[in-house]
Design a protein around this ligand. Structure first.
Ligand code: GLP
Length: 267
């Protein structure tokens, strides 16, 4: 695992945007795994800026979202499909048909559990058919969740339905009229699905992320902190600001390693 500690959120966004632009420019049909939440917003803004400046095209990109709420009507502004369109996909030249959302079409209110289960299986098949994810962007929840894999999620899990913890519903209530509006159920890529991506890039900024980042990076591998599963991945990069690095025991080692990283060393 590589831990990159940068001065602030802007530096984190620029660094991760570089990694994404690099992947997009180096493969004929790049596959990006996209995350929602506030953590990747700076990255998306930077990618949109570079696209508008003619520096990058997403024309040939296929994208797969990590997760989606169940029960929100199509077009609901807080659905993750609407989120990714508003902050990234709708602002660049990616083909909307190539932006995939788990449970799409089946996760709306009134649709059967069997239809959602079928959509989860189809999502895994779609990722495989695209050749797998080249770079998976990740945020981290306060309770250490990855995507919507809440604590005690199987570390081998695949795309499926999960029930949100009350803490996650409270955390996400800021985007809704109130906590009662936050769905209880979601569809999320599993930990096993996420670990299949060729490169994981976990972003976190701000003091509120210091504790979950320390658990994910340096804590024991445990389903009680689903993000600790990144320790199993051969190519995981954790990009954080100073505030989110505050609880890391080996912060100085990570800083020294990064400062002395040879130009020939790939992630
Ligand atoms: C949300 C999303 C996650 C995200 C996390 C942190 O519930 N499902 O993908 O990483 O919680 O969100 P934020 O980046 O807003 O702190």
């Amino acid at each position: 695992m590589e831990v990159v500690i940068l001065a602030d959120a802007d530096a984190v966004a620029a660094y991760v945007a570089d990694a994404i632009v690099n992947v997009v420019g180096s493969r004929p049909m790049p596959v990006l795994g996209l995350a929602t939440g506030s953590s990747p917003l700076g990255v998306y803004a930077e990618l949109v800026r570079r696209h508008r400046a003619g520096m990058v095209s997403f024309h040939d990109v296929r994208a797969f979202l990590l997760d989606e709420y169940i029960g929100l009507p199509t077009g609901h502004p807080e659905s993750y499909r609407a989120f990714i369109d508003a902050h990234f996909a709708g602002l660049v030249d990616i083909d909307a048909a190539n932006v995939h959302v788990p449970g799409a079409g089946a996760a709306e209110e009134g649709v059967s559990g069997a239809a959602i289960a079928d959509a989860c299986v189809a999502y895994e098949a779609d990722i495989r058919a695209a050749g797998g994810v080249d770079l998976q962007l990740l945020g981290i929840g306060a309770d250490g969740h990855l995507g919507f894999n809440e604590p005690t999620s199987s570390l081998a899990s695949r795309t499926r339905v999960k029930t949100l913890t009350e803490q996650t519903r409270r955390d996400n209530a800021r985007f809704f009229a109130g906590i009662d509006e936050v769905p209880r159920h979601v569809v999320t890529q599993g930990i096993g699905t996420i670990l299949d991506a060729r490169h994981l890039v976990l972003i976190a900024t701000g003091a509120a992320k210091a504790a979950p980042i320390a658990r994910a990076v340096e804590g024991p591998l445990t389903s009680m902190c689903p993000a600790s599963a990144i320790q199993l991945h051969p190519t995981a990069t954790v990009v954080i600001d100073e505030a989110a690095a505050a609880h890391l025991t080996l912060a100085d080692y990570y800083r020294t390693t990064f400062a002395n990283k040879p130009a020939w060393q790939t992630p």
